[in-house]
Design a protein around this ligand. Structure first.
Ligand code: AMP
Length: 604
């Protein structure tokens, strides 16, 4: 049973695992590692996940869902083929696909997945990510922040030198900044800041708006199809700027040929409002970490949008020095997650590593607001950026005479009024009946490294009520219901990696044959496809078994022919790739530090 690391990205997802003292990316049957995080419905035939679904974004935008990670944990729904899906369910389809591919490649069951999430994900988003994993048949007790994974990748590549890092993770829909200190094989995240709605998609939109301005077009009045074409054109032009200085853009709109030219200078100008937001986030994180730009040794660029030369230029100007690019910016997080999978399995060679984390948001309870009794205010219990695990205890008193109970309402967020924060749950406890302000309870918040929030309330009689809040897993009934719903829509047989591989082998035989043999193989492919697309399990199973028998026969025949050609001497060749990370040794230990355990003063 294996443990894998998964970067569940807004645009692409990918997986890695620890093998032979190195982290390795998991490829699909076509040798690709990036799986577009896109799900498409094919009327009456199930769902496509990945590249095939992404290709349908243009032709069937109404039946295809993308960038759903941006709406994880929200009420946003996607209607595909007459049924409504949540971002959690769509993510489950992506994870299911990754699990199956990994099981096929590793030839063993995947016991657990370490999934990365943006550091700024709130509890609901983290909880939904875990539920998505559960629906996909994966245990995901440990989520790690994407920038933490990137810092781990950096640490493993550059060794255990003392360094202060800023991880800049700029993806399709999110930007995450993490302030990290590395020393003695410890990676400590000291502060995080981010924006769940700032990424490469915004740059695409800005380029689209520029194109419309140049051509006197009103973007809102374009047809849905033209808008999708414009978005695609904008993204392509943006990506082309990685290797070209000038990129011509052209689009046919209502029979008119519209044109514009994109250049680095123009893009730099267009991106100014986006850079302004990035600059503000820098100020925010430096303030939270109590640091200055000059104290940062290296800025690590991660995420697809970090490939843009204008982004690098902006960061160089902001920092006064060049940022670090750790190989492929869109694979760094997965490599860190794969390394963490090794740590999780306590593999000897990577046991020497300690990864701490911080709570990215404030957790607290609602208390009475004397100036407006209708609007409770937040009393913070665990401040954002506290090192995890964190625990804090405070005493609260009653606000009415002879009050019978206190309802402890738990919130997450930075806002003054509780209504503007995220409500997580509540727990009620009886109190001694006394005049207002005389009866009390003590509330303890404990937030662990796995993102589980434990809230306990204790009254003066020593009675205790408690609740486990964050990232709860699904109940048995919920799980059964989801699994049943999901079974119907999981990867269709023809798309399953093992069947794709089978078909690829037939096609290989087809390419290498001529005449009657070729015709026969062509007919076999047609027959197998008809079985795989029959929509009936038994037909699919029998079809696959027959196909495997045929393939064995075909291969035996071909080997015999080859042996004849080589006069019986078959050449053997073996080639192994260098492991990515070399042979450094690391180990992990869960951090034991409990911070903030102090008795608070009376509060109302
Ligand atoms: P991620 O969420 O990290 O997978 O990043 C996806 C984002 O990276 C999308 O907005 C892509 O358009 C963008 N991206 C991918 N390749 C490039 C490139 N070569 N240049 C600029 N942006 C890119």
């Amino acid at each position: 049973m294996a443990v894998i690391g998964i970067d569940l990205g807004t645009t692409n997802s990918l997986a890695a695992y620890w093998k032979d003292q190195a982290v390795q990316l998991i490829e699909n049957e076509k040798g690709e590692v990036l799986l577009p995080s896109v799900v498409g419905a094919v009327s009456g035939e199930g769902f496509l996940v990945g590249r095939e679904a992404k290709e349908r974004l243009l032709t069937h935008p109404e039946a295809t869902a993308a960038s759903f990670k941006c709406f994880m944990g929200t009420a946003r729904e996607y209607e595909l083929d007459g049924r409504v899906y949540t971002p959690m369910e769509l993510s489950a389809m992506v994870l299911e696909r990754i699990r199956k591919n990994a099981e096929y490649v590793l030839k063993e069951e995947i016991e657990e997945a370490i999934i990365t999430v943006p550091a700024y994900f709130n509890d609901k988003q983290r909880s939904d990510t875990k539920k998505a994993a559960q629906i996909a048949g994966l245990k995901a007790d440990r989520l790690i922040n994407e920038p933490s994974a990137a810092a781990l990748a950096y640490q493993m590549k550059y060794g255990a030198e003392e360094k202060t890092l800023l991880v800049f993770d700029f993806g399709g829909g999110t930007l995450d900044l993490s302030y990290v200190e590395c020393f003695d094989n410890v990676i400590e995240i000291l502060a995080v800041a981010g924006d769940n709605h700032l990424g490469g998609d915004d740059i695409d939109r800005a380029i689209g708006a520029y194109f419309c301005r140049e051509n006197g077009l009103q973007e809102e009045s374009l047809s849905l199809e033209d808008q999708a074409q414009l978005r695609k054109l904008s993204e392509q032009a943006k990506c082309a700027l990685e290797s070209q200085e000038t990129v011509p853009m052209e689009l046919q709109v209502e029979g008119r040929s519209c044109r514009a030219v994109l250049e680095e200078e123009i893009l730099f100008e267009i991106c100014m409002p986006i850079f302004g937001k990035i600059r503000n986030l820098f100020l925010h994180i430096l303030e939270d970490a109590g640091s200055r730009v000059s104290q940062i040794d290296d800025l690590i660029m991660v995420g697809g949008s970090s490939r843009l030369p204008v982004v690098k230029r902006f960061l160089t100007e902001l920092l006064g020095k060049e940022p670090v690019v750790l190989g492929d910016t869109d694979k760094v997080v997965a490599l860190g997650a794969g390394a963490y999978a090794g740590i999780r399995q306590r593999r000897e060679e990577i046991r020497d590593m300690l990864l701490t984390d911080v709570c990215p948001f404030t957790l607290g309870i609602g208390v009475l607001n004397r100036s407006n009794r209708e609007k409770d205010i937040l009393s913070p219990m665990i401040e954002r950026n506290s090192t995890l695990p964190a625990s804090h205890r405070s005493r609260f008193v009653t606000t009415s005479d002879f009050q019978k109970e206190i309802m402890v309402r738990i919130y997450q967020g930075e806002e003054y009024y509780v209504d503007n924060n995220v409500f997580l749950g509540q727990v009620s406890i009886e109190v001694a009946q006394k005049p207002a302000g005389q009866a009390w309870i003590e509330v303890q918040f404990t937030y662990d490294i796995n993102g589980i929030l434990h809230v306990a309330a204790e009254n003066e009689m020593g009675e205790r009520r408690q609740v486990l809040l964050a990232n709860q897993t699904l109940s048995e009934a919920e799980l059964r219901q989801y699994t049943k719903e999901m079974e119907k829509v999981m990867v269709p047989p023809v798309q399953q990696p093992e069947n794709q591989e089978l078909l690829a082998r037939f096609l290989h035989e087809y390419e290498n044959s001529v005449g009657g043999r070729r015709e026969q193989i062509g007919a076999m492919v047609g027959w197998i496809l008809s079985k795989l697309e029959s929509g009936r399990r038994k037909e699919v199973r029998n079809g696959v078994e027959t196909a495997k028998r045929w393939l064995e026969q075909l291969e035996i025949q071909r080997n015999m022919q080859e042996e004849l050609l080589f006069d019986g001497e078959l050449k053997e060749g073996s080639w192994e790739e260098e492991p990515f990370w070399g042979e450094e040794t690391f180990w992990e230990e869960e951090p034991e530090k409990i911070v903030g355990e102090k008795n608070g003063g009376d509060e109302e």
